[in-house]
Design a protein around this ligand. Structure first.
Ligand code: LMR
Length: 394
C-alpha cells in the first residue's frame, strides 16, 4: 500500500524553518516563519499565560472531555474579543479548533458541505496554506488581485475588478488585519466598498484573523471584521490565538459562522460539532482554557493586553528603524512602505534570486516571495539586514 504514496510538496514556510535550523552560521537571521521573537531572539511565554497555567495546574480537577465544539466559555470570550457586540450572540455558531489553521480547515469543509459549487476567491498572494488546504479539499479557488508590486500597497481597483467577476454563492477569503504575506491592508473606506460589493453580488465573506493586536491595536485590528460581520447576512470568521496569546504549539483557535436566524444558528452549530467529531473529535482544551481564564479575569486580561501592546509597539519600532536605515543607505524613499505596512510581515517585493542571494551571502532567511517576518529582527540585525538589502541590489 505505502508504495503508492507520492512525495508531497514541502510547505515552503516550514521548509525554510528547517533550513534555518540546519544552517551552522552563528550570525544567521531568521525572518521566515511567523513567530514573534523578543530582542533576545526568544519567543516568550506571555506573563498572563504563565500565571493562568500556574492557576490551572493548582485548580483543575479533571481532564475529562469538554464539548465537541469546546468549552462554550471559550467561544463566548473569543466572540467578544473579536466581534464585540457587532452581531447578536444567538446568531453565531462557534467551534473551538486546533489553531487558526484548524478553523480555516473546518470553514472550508463547511463551505464544501453547504455549497459544493462555491468557489473561494483568495487574495494574490495569500498565506500559502490557504491554497494548499483548499486544493487538498478539491475546492476551486480564484485568485483576486491584491498587491501592487510597484507601490507595495493594495491594488484596490484591481481587487474590486476581480471580485466583480464572482458569482452569487462564491466565498471571498479576506484577511481581517495584518495581511499575510504582504503587510498591506485596506482602509475603512475600502472595506466598506468591499462589503457593498459582497452584498450586491450575494458573495459570502470568510475572514481569517490571525494577528489581532499586532497591527494597530486590539480594537482597531478587529474593526474590519466587525464591520463585515454586522453588515452581511452570512459570514465565516476563523480566529487564531497562536500569535496574540503566544500559544503557538497549544493549537488554539475558533471558527465562527454567522447567520440571520436562531434556527439557522442551531443547524450551523450542529454541523460544526459534526465536523469536529469527524476530523478529531474534541478540540484541544489547554490553550483555549488559558485564553478563557485570561479574557475573563480583569488583572490577567490587563496584563496580557499590555504585554501584547509592548510587542506591537516593538514591531512598529523595528519597521520604522528598518525603513530609516534603508533610506539612509539607499538614499531613496523606496522602502518607506515598510513603516506603513502592519503586522508581522512585509513583502519586500524582490525576486527569488535576490532572496536566495540574501540567504547564501548573508545568512538572512525570508520566504522566496520576499516575505519578511519583521518580528524576527532586533536592534542589532536591522542595520545588518538593511546593508544586505542594499548590497544585494534590491
Ligand atoms: C506563517 O505564516 O508563518 C504562520 O502563519 C505560521 C504557519 O503556520 O505558516
Amino acid at each position: 500500500m505505502f508504495e503508492n504514496l507520492k512525495a508531497q510538496p514541502a510547505d515552503k514556510i516550514l521548509a525554510l524553518m528547517q533550513a534555518f535550523r540546519d544552517d551552522p552560521r552563528e550570525d544567521k537571521v531568521d525572518l521566515g516563519v511567523g513567530v514573534y521573537k523578543n530582542a533576545r531572539g526568544v519567543t516568550p511565554v506571555m506573563r498572563a499565560v504563565k500565571a493562568a497555567e500556574q492557576r490551572l495546574w493548582q485548580e483543575q480537577e479533571t481532564k475529562a472531555y469538554t464539548g465537541l465544539t469546546g468549552d462554550p466559555a471559550f467561544a463566548d470570550a473569543m466572540i467578544s474579543l473579536v466581534l464585540d457586540d457587532a452581531v447578536a450572540r444567538e446568531n453565531i455558531a462557534a467551534a473551538a479548533t486546533p489553531g487558526g489553521t484548524g478553523a480555516c480547515r473546518q470553514a472550508f469543509e463547511l463551505i464544501r458541505m453547504a455549497n459544493p459549487d462555491a468557489r473561494v476567491f483568495v487574495s494574490n498572494p495569500t498565506w500559502p496554506n490557504h491554497l494548499s488546504i483548499l486544493s487538498y479539499l478539491g475546492i476551486e479557488t480564484v485568485a483576486y488581485r491584491y498587491f501592487d508590486d510597484e507601490t507595495r500597497s493594495v491594488d484596490f481597483g484591481g481587487m474590486m475588478e476581480y471580485l466583480g467577476t464572482a458569482r452569487a454563492g462564491d466565498v471571498v477569503l479576506l484577511h481581517g488585519c495584518c495581511h499575510n504575506p504582504t503587510g498591506a491592508n485596506l482602509n475603512a473606506v475600502e472595506w466598506q466598498a468591499v462589503i457593498d460589493l459582497l452584498n450586491d453580488k450575494g458573495l459570502i465573506p470568510m475572514i481569517d484573523i490571525a494577528y489581532q493586536g499586532f497591527g494597530d491595536g486590539l480594537q482597531d485590528d478587529a474593526a474590519a471584521t466587525r464591520m463585515v460581520a454586522s453588515q452581511v447576512p452570512e459570514c465565516l470568521v476563523a480566529a487564531s490565538c497562536s500569535k496574540n496569546f503566544g500559544v503557538y504549539r497549544e493549537r488554539t483557535g475558533l471558527l465562527m459562522a454567522i447567520s440571520q436566524t436562531t434556527s439557522q444558528q442551531g443547524l450551523n452549530q450542529g454541523t460544526l460539532a459534526f465536523l469536529n467529531r469527524q476530523n478529531y473529535s474534541f478540540p484541544p482544551d489547554h490553550g483555549a482554557r488559558l485564553v478563557t481564564m485570561i479574557l475573563n479575569d480583569d488583572a490577567l486580561r490587563a496584563d496580557w493586553a499590555s504585554e501584547l501592546e509592548e510587542v506591537r509597539l516593538s514591531m512598529l519600532e523595528l519597521r520604522k528603524s528598518l525603513a530609516g536605515e534603508l533610506q539612509k543607505l539607499s538614499g531613496s524613499d523606496r522602502f518607506a512602505f515598510l513603516a506603513q505596512h502592519r503586522g508581522m510581515f512585509s513583502r519586500l517585493g524582490t525576486t527569488p534570486d535576490k532572496v536566495e542571494k540574501l540567504r547564501a551571502d548573508h545568512g538572512i532567511y525570508m520566504i522566496g516571495d520576499s516575505r519578511m517576518n519583521i518580528a524576527g529582527l532586533n536592534a542589532r540585525t536591522v542595520p545588518v539586514l538593511a546593508q544586505a538589502i542594499v548590497d544585494a541590489g534590491v
